[in-house]
Structures are given as C-alpha cells and as structure tokens.
Design a protein around this ligand. Structure first.
Ligand SMILES: NC(=O)C1=CN([C@@H]2O[C@H](COP(=O)(O)OP(=O)(O)OC[C@H]3O[C@@H](n4cnc5c(N)ncnc54)[C@H](O)[C@@H]3O)[C@@H](O)[C@H]2O)C=CC1
Ligand SMILES: O=C(O)C(=O)[C@H](O)COP(=O)(O)O
Length: 378
C-alpha cells in the first residue's frame, strides 16, 4: 500500500506508516509522477484534486486534512469510485482564536470595549458557531446569518445578510466558497455590501479569499472608507494583491487555522477515515501526539477585564506575529507558501492551565476554552 501525504501534515508519516508505505510530497505543485503507484492521497487546501490530477491513476482514496473542500471536485471523485474524506471542524477553534486575537488587538489600539460592539457572523457552522458561543460568554452581542441553516429549519435567530450589514460593528465571514448555486458565496462581500458597512466597522475574512471581492475592497479603502480590515485569506493565493496588503490592518498568509492542535486533528481525522475505508479501523487520541506547550501554567490574581484577557490571549497567540512576516515577503515568488510551511508552533488556549483566585474569572475563561480552575491563593 503506497500512501502519498502532503509534507505539511504533522504526524502524517507516524500515523499512515501503520497502514502502508508513506511518501511525503509538496502540495503546490504536487509531483505528478508520485501518483503513478499511489493507492491513497492525503492533501491540504493547496492541491486541486480533480480529473486532471487523478484520471488514469491508481488512487482509490483521497483525504483532505482541511475543513474547506472547494479545492476538491467531489462529484468527479464519486463518479470515478474514489473514496473521499475531509476533516470538518478540525481547525475551527484555531480560527476562532485568531479572530479573538485580532479583535482584542484592534480594541486596544482604537480604545473601545468589545462589549460595546455587535458582531455579525456570516456562516454559523463549526467556526461561526463556536465564535458565537465564545463572544456571548463575554457578553458581546452577536447577529447570525446562515441561509442554508435557516432553510433547513435549524434552531437559531438567523437574519438576512442585509440586517448584519446595517447593524453590525464587526462583520466576520465563515462560509465555504460556493462559486454558484442557491447559496453562492463568491464575492458575497461585493462593492455594494462593503460600501454599506457602518462607518468604522471591522471586516474580517478568515474563510476563503474570494468570498470578499478583493478589488472592490481595495477600491473602497483607497476611496477613504472608514473601515478596519483583517484578512487571512486572499483573492488569489498565493499571489495576493500587495497594494491591498498595505491597506489592511491585519494581513496573514492563510494561517488562521494553523494551531498544532488544528493541524493534528486534520491529520488524525483523515487517518481514521482512511483506516476505516480499508477495513482496519484505528482511533487516535490527540493527547498522545502533542508535545507540552511553551507556556503551560499561569496564575491569574483578581478579576478578568478586557485588558487582562488580551494579555492572556496574546500570551498564547498574538496575530501580529503573523502579520509582520507577510508584509516583509509579499510579492516575492514562493514566499507565501514558505511562511505557511515553516510556521512557528502555535497552540490553542486550552493548552494553558490558568489558576484563578476569582471564581467568575475562572468561569468565563473556562467558557472561552482555557483550561481554567478556581483556587483561592491569597
Ligand atoms: N483561514 C483558515 O485557515 C480556515 C478557513 N476555513 C474556511 O472557513 C469555512 C468555514 O469553516 P467551518 O465553519 O469549519 O465550515 P462549516 O461547513 O462547519 O460551516 C460553514 C457554514 O456556512 C454556512 N453557509 C453556507 N453558505 C452560506 C451563505 N451563502 N451565507 C451564509 N452562510 C452560509 C453553512 O450553512 C455552514 O453552517 C471553510 O469552508 C473553509 O473554507 C476553515 C478553516 C480554516
Ligand atoms: O481547513 C481549511 O479549510 C483551511 O483553510 C486550512 O487551514 C488551510 O490550510 P492548508 O490546507 O492550505 O495548509
């Protein structure tokens, strides 16, 4: 059994070698000769998986260690009889923590309280749903837009996108990229939508670049629209518009989902799916794979206010550590992917054990996803 894995999948060699011979390859571009004798292919979002790549090859299963699947022609895989699995939700916590890190940075810089802001969430799935819960745990008002869920009759107060545009101070996108169909998201944020955002609003895109029309956004920013912008994803990648990068408040190289936990969950989810596909069911516990974090334990004295939360969040992950390197290399061939390949280890908030002498601080931090306990220390 020969299994090709993207070289940017942590723990892939260790896990997949339990099932067969593993070869790690670059995902962009994927060396096509490697497919000639491969039984299975494990990719990330940078590899386009379609007939052009796989027709006539022996590959019987494709796994993508990602939440998004717009790089995979699932219809063709199904009609070609090739098994497929994605990794839904694997990195949702990472994206939520990226959004929080960015919002706390902007709130400190511009001197506002997050509890005075209303956050509009477009796409309330694994990322958007977790984001809603964590924002509400802090007492921040959210407005939700998810037409597919609304049409299915899911519980939730789902609103039209237009209402979010009118009322939200922060508009954050967490939808898949659908190029057409009833729930098309390509250029969901177009020039008309962007120009109607509230003055001083914050626009965040951490889903897929083309969900926001990047040329329209640049035109609005150049026209002096009062808007703060956080872009993790770009139209197109890896060759983003470098002028747009100079205009955004935070710009990163599609790394919102890149916690070690998030990437490792992606690998384990496709490993489990493939092991089931070949009839050798394995289940993996993440705890057995992950190393100890750089900061493991901290004591918080007193209550939790926004400034304290910001310091705690930024101890684990400060989004500015990913903004500066992108600005340094943008426009140079190959550098966007190099930043992603050589990504400095980043952990999730749950990796930090926080001992609090204030019961409410412990309760809030627990709801936010920290490993917090209340323990009187004074
Ligand atoms: N920047 C990054 O590193 C990452 C980006 N992503 C992207 O974010 C997307 C969302 O991730 P998840 O929450 O895990 O996916 P998900 O599939 O759990 O949730 C997506 C939600 O969007 C909703 N939706 C679909 N069409 C919509 C529309 N037209 N308007 C509003 N809502 C719509 C769906 O009903 C669903 O509830 C992924 O598809 C992926 O493209 C995901 C993880 C990491
Ligand atoms: O899971 C997704 O969807 C993502 O966007 C991933 O975080 C992207 O990471 P790569 O697969 O491009 O390494």
């Amino acid at each position: 059994m020969k299994i090709l894995v993207d070289e940017n999948m942590p723990y892939a060699r260790e896990l997949f070698s339990r099932l067969g011979e593993v070869r790690a390859v670059t995902g962009r571009p994927l060396p096509e000769e490697a497919l000639d004798d491969a039984d299975a292919l494990m990719v990330r979002s940078v590899t386009k998986v379609n007939a052009a790549l796989l027709a006539g090859k022996p590959v019987k299963f494709v796994g993508t260690a990602t939440a998004g699947t717009d790089h995979v022609d699932e219809e063709w895989l199904a009609q070609a009889g090739i098994g497929f699995s994605a990794a839904p939700g694997c990195n949702a916590i990472a994206v939520v923590e990226y959004v929080f890190s960015a919002l706390l940075m902007l709130a400190e810089r511009d001197g506002f309280a997050l509890t005075d802001r209303t956050v509009g969430i477009v796409g309330v799935g694994n990322v958007g749903g977790r984001l809603q819960k964590r924002l509400e745990a802090l007492g921040i008002k959210t407005l939700l837009c998810d037409p597919p869920r609304a049409d299915k009759g899911d519980d939730g107060d789902f609103l039209p996108l237009e209402t979010l545009v009118e009322q939200a101070d922060v508009l954050t996108f967490h939808t898949p990229l659908f190029k057409d169909g009833p729930y098309k998201t390509l250029h969901l944020a177009d020039e008309a939508l962007i120009s109607r955002l509230k003055p001083g609003a914050i626009l965040i895109n951490a889903c897929r670049g083309a969900v926001v029309d990047n040329s329209a956004l640049l035109a609005r920013l150049n026209a002096g629209q009062r808007l703060s912008t956080v872009l993790d994803v770009w139209e197109p990648e890896p060759d983003l518009n470098t002028e747009l990068l100079t205009q955004v408040d935070i710009g990163t190289a599609h790394i919102a989902g890149y916690t070690l936990e998030g990437k490792a969950r992606g690998t384990t989810q496709v490993f489990e799916a493939y092991s089931e596909f070949i009839g050798q069911r394995h289940q993996i516990s993440l705890d057995t794979l992950l190393p100890a974090p750089e900061f493991g334990r901290i004591t918080l004295h007193g209550p939790l206010d926004q400034a304290t939360l910001k310091r705690l969040v930024h101890l684990v992950y400060d989004v500015r550590r990913d903004d500066a390197p992108l600005r340094q290399v943008a426009g140079k061939a190959g550098e966007f992917d190099k930043l992603r390949k050589n990504y400095q280890e980043r952990r999730e908030w749950s990796s930090l054990y926080v001992q609090c002498d204030d019961a409410r601080a412990a309760e809030t931090l627990t709801k936010l996803g920290f490993n917090a306990v209340h323990h009187a220390t004074r």
